[in-house]
Design a protein around this ligand. Structure first.
Ligand code: NDP
Ligand code: MG
Length: 382
């Protein structure tokens, strides 16, 4: 199996490389991309013998370390080169593990090229599920997001028409139990400290606002062709149940296991097989208890905003996502407060006239509009 890993320097990308390291007999790393971390990119290319690498941030095209790429490894720059990779003949699987809507073209190109899309990058599916899903043949798009990998696997035992509900589990994030007023005072470091998962900065903030769960509900709606009402969020503080599918007869299939992203990443490579893993295992005799709660929509308005965007559909989820990306970045730069994040998103959504999704070009325009609008809203808050 020949894989390309887009975003190999990130949290998902480096865990994917660990999966490849464990299974050198089955997986060959052909192509790698990074945005800014050229040192790590070169180290990865040397270790895995990649034959093609892409640096998407052109500000890094003269980094001296790039001269240390292995012999015969072709080097390309810019985001267009990212979307060209899936068309290479010697690639079977493309893992899209970049962060944000920037992964849209590459995801689209992977499906168009008939390659398997192992999709960690949830933002493109939220913004452009209407364009991506019709391109995906059965078994071609395997989700890597742990909840969606779990739902995918729990769905393998029944027919879509037999599904009554999807229970999308949520750890609750670092601020579980906090009121909206308490959240007004939280800082960047508190928000980055997720209790159960070690992830990139953007998804860590999304997990703290619970926007991550709102985005994941829209992601599930597209992946499993379900109504939003069929996808219920349940807080599962221990992150041991990764989601559940409840069937018409009341039977519930739950996907359980350790909180280790290497497992869903590997499943997206190995499907329909299962391979061994070095991830730690759980002794269920020692697990003690599993707890379940309802999410607090008052304290975490991002859930309500994502619900609205998902129901309205069309271009609204693209606006939700783009405005959120800008607001999260501002929060990471300490340019706005935690509760400003949903405020910015809501203001942008209110100003948007929803359209049916018609093309990638249209979504680019909507995305750019939402980003500039979000920047204006942030400037007015300052
Ligand atoms: P990270 O921030 O850790 O990594 C992001 C990767 O994308 C890096 O390789 C980075 O390159 C690259 N990148 C950053 N900006 C750009 C850009 N503008 N164009 C191209 N590449 C870029 O993120 P995560 O690994 O945490 O998340 C990746 C995706 O997977 C996200 O969409 C996230 O929602 C999703 N996901 C992540 C999970 C996790 O556990 N981390 C779980 C489920 C889903 P560089 O480092 O070189 O700058
Ligand atoms: Mg997830």
């Amino acid at each position: 199996m020949r894989v390309a890993i887009l975003g190999c320097t990130g949290s998902i990308g480096s865990q994917a490389l660990d999966v490849c390291r464990q299974h050198t007999d089955k997986v060959q790393v052909v192509a790698l991309t990074a945005h800014s971390n050229t040192h790590q990119l070169v180290a990865n290319a040397r270790e895995f013998g990649a034959t093609r690498v892409v640096v998407t941030d052109e500000a890094h095209c003269n980094d001296p370390v790039l001269s240390e790429l292995p012999d015969g490894c072709a080097l390309f720059f810019g985001s267009d080169a990212l979307a060209d990779l899936p068309h290479l003949e010697d690639i079977d699987i493309v893992l899209v593990a970049v962060v944000g809507a920037v992964g849209l073209e590459a995801s689209y190109a992977t499906l168009k090229a008939g390659k398997r899309l192992a999709l960690a990058n949830k933002e493109p599916l939220v913004a452009a599920g209407d364009l991506l899903m019709p391109l995906a043949a059965p078994g071609q798009l395997i989700p890597v997001d742990s909840e969606h990998s779990a739902i995918y696997q729990c769905s393998m035992v029944g027919e879509p028409r037999e599904v009554h509900l999807i229970w999308l589990t949520c750890s609750g994030g670092p601020f579980f139990g906090c009121s909206h007023d308490e959240l007004a005072r939280v800082g960047k470091q508190d928000a980055l400290a997720h209790p159960n998962w070690n992830m990139g900065a953007k998804i860590s903030i999304d997990s703290a606002t619970l926007m991550n769960k709102g985005l994941e509900r829209i992601e599930a709606m597209h992946l499993f062709d379900a109504d939003l009402d069929q996808i219920q969020i349940v807080i599962q503080r221990e992150s041991k149940i990764h989601s559940m599918v409840e069937y018409a007869d009341g039977s519930v299939m739950a996907h359980m296991g350790t909180s280790d992203m290497r497992i869903p990443i590997q499943f997206a490579f190995s499907y329909p097989e299962r391979w061994s893993t070095p991830a730690p295992r759980i002794d269920y005799r020692e697990l003690g208890k599993l707890t379940f709660d309802a999410p607090d929509v008052e304290a975490f308005p991002s859930l309500r905003l994502a619900d609205f965007a998902g129901r309205v559909g069309g271009t609204m989820p693209c606006v939700l996502n783009a405005a959120n990306e800008v607001a999260v970045e501002a929060f990471l730069q300490e340019a706005c407060s935690f509760n400003d994040i949903p405020r910015v998103v809501e203001t942008c959504m209110e100003a948007h006239d929803r359209m049916e999704v018609s093309s990638l070009e249209q979504l680019h325009e909507v995305d750019a509009w939402a980003r500039s609008r979000a920047a204006q809203v942030l400037a007015s808050l300052a």
